[in-house]
Design a protein around this ligand. Structure first.
Ligand SMILES: Nc1ncnc2c1ncn2[C@@H]1O[C@H](COP(=O)(O)OP(=O)(O)OP(=O)(O)O)[C@@H](O)[C@H]1O
Ligand SMILES: [Mg+2]
Length: 80
């Protein structure tokens, strides 16, 4: 992760039952940048944003915003 990353996502996974929606997403977005998240219907865009905004919990991986990424991230220092 870059020291200036506003959003840091690594190896993120999320499934709903049998449907593997996010299968190891890696993404770093620097502070002060504007990014469009594009993908076909059902690609997992809303799921990704819900995880970033803590409305959903990922199955595994890391999703950090401004250095914060929930309890596990705090314990394991993965957002530093
Ligand atoms: N709460 C849920 N329970 C079960 N399946 C879900 C749930 N939320 C999303 N899904 C499924 O996860 C997949 C990804 O959905 P998501 O809404 O993240 O996609 P999207 O990229 O935002 O799609 P769209 O462009 O239509 O907004 C879809 O197959 C969807 O049916
Ligand atoms: Mg959506």
């Amino acid at each position: 992760m870059s020291a200036t990353s506003a959003i840091h996502i690594a190896a993120l996974t999320k499934s709903f039952g049998e449907v593997d929606v996010l299968r190891g997403v890696d993404l770093d977005i620097g502070g002060g940048t504007i990014v469009a998240l594009l993908g076909s219907n059902g690609a997992g865009k809303t799921t990704l944003v819900r995880i970033l905004s803590t409305l959903l919990t990922a199955d595994s991986g890391v999703a950090c915003v401004l250095g914060f990424g929930g309890e596990r991230a705090r314990d394991e220092h993965v957002c530093v």
